[in-house]
Design a protein around this ligand. Sequence first.
Ligand code: MRU
Length: 349
Amino acid sequence: MPTIPPLPPTLAWRGDLHGHLELLDQTLLPHQRLVLALHDVDGVIEAIASLRVRGAPAIGVAAAYGLVLGLRALSPLREAFVDTARSVAARITAARPTAVNLQWALDRCLDAARSEPSLASVFGEAGQIHQDEVVMSDRIGQHGKPCVPPGGTVLTHCNTGRLATVGDGTALAVLFAAWRDGVRFRVFADETRPLLQGARLTALELAAAGIPVEVLADAAAAGLIARGLVQMVIVGADRIARNGDFANKVGTYGLALACAAHRVPFYVAAPLSTLDLRLADGLGIPIEERDGNEVTTLAGQPICPPGIGARNPAFDVTPGKLVSAFITDRGVLQPPFDAAIKGTFAVGR
Ligand code: MRU
């Protein structure tokens, strides 16, 4: 395994209320490590929309700090504070529609603004959300580590590690925690077309932790699962409905089908902030459609004949019935998920 120096934090607020947000620009990884200093909400919206910061929990925290920057610039009167906060929050939410964490974090900030209409109160809530996400990440790792098969091969999709959160991650937090406890295993990381979060980010994070990892073309996964070469698949989630249907990076549904066909355990790791209790099932999950250029180019080079367009849904929805268990910060939830989710998460939202 190559030796990889530790990465800077995914994001950090520097200074007090008058400070700024720092973000590691993930579009440049693994080759370049550039930390951006963002002083206004437009910069945060651009960073979320262009995936400089990405991963459901990380964009939630970035959104909360973005709201602080937006309100600071406008400095609304106390009477207009909540309305102004609502309109800034709506602009941030539109940056990426699928991950509910964005809405969850902004709703928490808006609740804080309603209780105490001041910048200090929203800033305090943003900091609290940041801390809560660190704790949730850690708990996911602790709850999930017994699921990792010693000596086995684990397959994962997209990036669900420190870069996707502000803690150890979601699915990767489980792998990091097991590895720290001395469990030994290998990982197949799907490259995750079209933006290659698996090849660029997951491979980087696992190699930095000393965990053996090989990158796969996404289309290779089902065949390897069918040949008995994978003992567990673990992914994250961007939005989970009350019945366990969930959205995650496009390609996740196919993995779940392959696991069901070949009786391989399929786990989903996610914090409380990823649950959308308003949705009875996955039908109502909005799926982000991104620019077709992301599919028709590779590393900036066109790969299709001129004039060919592309469909580019960034996520898909996997039915809860294909999930073996949800690994959450509140414990491991077994089917039937409607009852498990209701019992576990009804309190605290
Ligand atoms: O488009 P991205 O890179 O933000 O997609 C990220 C994922 O799909 C992750 O699996 C998800 O956010 C959950 S884990 C942090």
